[in-house]
Write a protein of this length. Sequence first.
Length: 71
Amino acid sequence: MNSISEYFHTDWAAMTVSDWVGTILTVVIFVLMVVVYFQVFRPKNRERLEAQKHIPFEVDNESNGDKDGGK
């Protein structure tokens, strides 16, 4: 290991289709996660997100009522 650039060298021509799919998928998921984190932790969006925080619990209650014969 002569330098750090040699350590992180990538042979792009030798990459297979699976390597490319994995690389592209990793980059896309990383970008989407950055966008989601930016939206969630932005103070401007707090009111909108706080209004929706009980949605998972409401859906669970509705589905439980259907299994018991419904109300």
